[in-house]
Design a binder for this molecule. Sequence first.
Ligand code: 4NP
Length: 161
Amino acid sequence: MEKTGILFVCLGNICRSPTAHGVFLKKLSEHPDLAEQLEVDSAGTAAYHVGNPPDARSAEIAGRRGYDLSALRARAVSAEDYRRYRYILAMDQQNFANLRAGCPSSFDGHLSLFLDFAGLDNAEVPDPYYTHGEAGFEEVLDLVERASDGLITHLRRELLD
Ligand code: 4NP
């Protein structure tokens, strides 16, 4: 059976999209029937941090909530991703615009803002990279947890019902 690909995308693939990746995988582990149908990854629209682990602040705050990001490494979005992933989910409007610009006309999947799945129209996961202090990273976790729950509900309905 062909798996349904889910790709989380931000700018650097060291803060927001690895957080989404780790949170979604942990939540998905509670749904083994859905998990076996999915392939999950994350990537960045920029290549500055390729090969790097998640930002230490993201890893620390995710860890406190029980999410382990330590195995993740940054990579850049590639043309192949539009073939491999059916859901390509952008953290903010800039990532979304860049993904649309690179999207081939043959893509028949779902390209949107991730927070659509949190029931928030046009909302962004704010870039926490240049924030000082933890509040920005906590906010990323709050939004990502909510959208991950919504995405699981959506995928269960799409793929299992
Ligand atoms: P991310 O955060 O897109 O959530 O991974 C950023 C990481 C790095 C940079 C900007 C945002 N940067 O400019 O290097």
